[in-house]
Write a protein that binds this ligand. Structure first.
Ligand SMILES: [Fe+2]
Length: 275
């Protein structure tokens, strides 16, 4: 029998996202080593967040999807004794993730069942398009998982933001069928929150009764509220999410002490879109 105090203890998950790793770990993007900045975040989260139940990886794991990239990422993650659940971003290759990354502690599954909660992982990617869309199969999957677990609170995870951020260039790449998504989720009161990557910045708003949480990237960040692409010289980080037995979500963003090496320089010259 479970002790009463355990029933009131929240489940801690850590979201890390948008690593943009290359086959060559020395390669840089926007002037920084995405490999080094990812490893700094992973190590910080692992050392400082006691009692973490799982890591949640919300896409753009690779900038250059290849067997080499995903296998090396798998080696980093499998060195930790914690389950990792991943979903693809627009830069990823979902099939390669399945073949080369989803081994050992790393899982590519649509559903994670926890004590009192379920996590539903969706694929919002569209081949050769940076925008997001939940295809009919993914919408059906979401509905089926919500319907089969009416007594579990639900956290829905995908790569693309269902809401605009206020950055005009970035909002052209949000989730396209957001209205259908919110309509479906709204039919299931146990749906509590939506967690996503892609926007390379923190976001925490409530919409239609759902907590919507965006997360900083492990590498470079996008400047909020801009018409055109611009980098924000703030440190990379991750998000801690506590899932409470009563359905409440408490969360905080944790950032590194300084920006990744290479971002200290003036970033105005970088025009390459990296979402
Ligand atoms: Fe990204």
């Amino acid at each position: 029998m479970r002790h009463a105090s355990e029933l009131t203890k929240p489940i801690l998950i850590i979201q890390i996202t948008d690593f943009h790793l290359f086959a060559d770990p020395m390669q840089t993007m926007m002037g920084i080593s995405t490999e080094k900045s990812f490893l700094a975040v992973l190590e910080h989260a692992w050392r400082n967040q006691d009692g973490v139940a799982l890591f949640l990886l919300t896409g753009d794991l690779a900038q250059e999807p290849s067997v080499t990239t995903y296998q090396r990422l798998g080696n980093h993650l499998n060195a930790l004794s914690v389950p990792c659940y991943c979903l693809p971003g627009n830069h990823d290759d979902p099939e390669l993730i399945r073949q080369s990354l989803a081994k050992g502690n790393i899982h590519y599954d649509s559903q994670v069942l926890l004590d009192g909660w379920q996590i539903i992982c969706l694929d919002s990617t569209v081949p050769l398009d940076p925008s997001g869309y939940l295809a009919p199969g993914q919408m059906d999957l979401l509905e089926a998982k919500l319907a089969e677990q009416p007594k579990r609170h639900a956290l829905i995870c995908l790569h693309h933001s269902p809401l605009p951020t206020g950055a005009r260039w970035l909002d052209t790449m949000k989730l396209f069928n957001d209205e259908s998504f919110f309509k479906l989720a709204g039919r299931y009161p146990q749906a509590r929150g939506v967690v996503y990557g892609h926007i390379h910045q923190a976001m925490d708003v409530t919409h239609n009764g759902l907590r919507l949480l965006g997360c900083p990237s492990t590498c470079f960040q996008f400047k909020p509220d801009t018409d055109d692409f611009a980098l924000d010289r703030v440190p990379q980080g991750y998000r801690c999410i506590e899932l409470h037995p009563d359905g409440k979500i408490s969360t905080k963003v944790v950032r590194m002490d300084s920006v990744p090496h290479g971002l200290e320089m003036d970033s105005n010259g970088y025009k390459d879109h990296g979402a």
